[in-house]
Design a protein around this ligand. Structure first.
Ligand code: ZN
Length: 405
């Protein structure tokens, strides 16, 4: 429970539990697999407002300057997202979408900016309800707070860092990320910390897909490229798999493997299964594990079932092993054929489809897909013109890097 002055010098109280700090302010088994319903009965001086998970049952004047609040959830939550927030707030109800009331709770000193910043939440919430399924809670409140994180996805009362209020709607993707967590992380939760990519990878990639829908494919490709660069840079420093059972400092799991590589695994899975099957699988996985817990294998089984594809190698190489393909290529063009050798210079070879863009001398181009299976593989690709250059992975679909030697 963070008790202290906010940026305006006002006294505030905010729960900030992630990963397992809830037991510092209420007794609990502080683990995502031990979910419970929760209710809070809070007495606070009149000049405060009180926000919490769930829905408000009561607000009573106890004395001339003291009120009692009662908030309650009807569905079980993991302790990491059970919070209350007490501060002087300006509160704006911005209406409902799909019968879910959405509200903004910001410091009154900059309320116009804050109300404007968080007014986009309704549109974001609609997108995810329409694509994932029914929203798990009775309301959505976006709250300016003293969380130590950029955003903290507390169930139905998301806390954002104090300077997220800018009056410029600068944090639409942060809002989207935290809203995705209401389904993935809060409702369908990882069974244990090594599977945290089921929260963070999902929140990252479904935000990317929200951006694809709203900003178009050029912006989306740029994001995927940046996320890939983050993964490759992280790997230079830390060689751990995404499903990491060895790291016991959970704060260290808030890393590029859980976020960006998790997102990239979903990206490659979507390319492998197709957009429609991918979303169908995401919806099925959510329906099966809502208000429950899931492991990486549970997710794999749902996606294998919905697609009718074997996904064991895919999950094994991308999530349980470290690293990614590091490629070296050699090619020659002769007589409407490209002869290409693809070498994987990292230790264990991966299996993956690889798009090759043929750049013809007349200025046109064509994309062909090859299936890379072993350490070193030769390919003969028929072409429709004279090839003057080739370009690997033109549509940003593979997590890989080029061998710098
Ligand atoms: Zn997150």
């Amino acid at each position: 429970m963070v008790i202290g002055e906010n940026i305006h010098g006002d006294r505030t109280f905010f729960g900030d539990n992630w990963p397992n700090r809830a037991h510092n302010w209420f007794p609990c088994v502080d683990h995502p697999s031990d979910k419970a319903t929760v209710e809070y009965i809070i007495k606070a001086p009149n000049h405060y407002q009180v926000i919490a998970n769930g829905y408000q049952v009561e607000e009573t004047n106890v004395t001339a300057n003291l009120k009692q609040y009662h908030w309650k959830t009807s569905v079980p939550l993991p302790t990491k997202v059970m919070v209350i927030g007490i501060a002087q707030f300006a509160v704006q109800n911005i209406g409902e979408t799909h019968h879910v009331p959405v509200s903004t709770w910001v410091y009154p000193q900059t309320k116009e900016k804050g109300f404007y910043d968080f007014s986009i939440a309704k549109k974001v919430l609609s997108f995810f309800i329409e694509n994932i399924g029914e929203y798990p809670y009775r309301k959505l409140a976006n709250v300016q707070s003293k969380t130590r994180f950029g955003g903290m996805e507390n169930a139905s009362a998301i806390f954002y860092f104090e300077n997220s209020v800018t009056g410029e709607q600068k944090y639409e993707d942060l809002i989207a990320h935290e809203i995705v967590h209401q389904w993935f992380g809060n409702s369908a939760s990882e069974i244990d910390w090594p599977h945290i990519w089921l929260s963070e990878g999902f929140a990252t990639y479904l935000t990317d897909l929200y951006v694809l829908e709203n900003k178009g494919s050029a912006t989306f490709h740029k994001r995927m490229q940046n996320e890939r660069t983050t993964v490759l840079n992280f790997f230079k420093r830390t060689q751990t798999p995404v499903v990491d059972a060895k790291t016991t400092n959970y704060m260290e799991l808030l890393n590029a493997n859980s976020y960006q590589k998790g997102a990239w695994v979903l990206h490659m899975l979507r390319n492998k299964l197709g957009d429609e099957t991918f979303w169908k699988g995401i919806r099925m996985y959510y329906q099966k594990y809502k208000f429950k817990n899931a492991s990486t294998v549970d997710f794999k089984q749902v996606m294998a079932k919905v697609s009718g594809k074997k996904l064991d190698i895919f999950f094994e190489q991308w999530l349980y092993k470290t690293g990614h393909p590091i490629l070296k290529t050699n090619w020659i063009y002769h007589n409407n054929k490209v002869r290409l050798i693809v070498d994987q210079t990292q230790e264990a070879p991966f299996e993956f489809p690889l798009d090759i863009e043929m750049l013809y001398d007349d200025g046109t181009s064509e994309v062909k897909t090859i299936n890379v299976l072993g350490k070193s593989a030769p390919f003969v690709i028929e072409t429709n013109g004279t090839v003057k250059d080739i370009n690997l992975d033109p549509n940003i679909q593979l997590l890989f890097e080029m061998d710098s030697n």
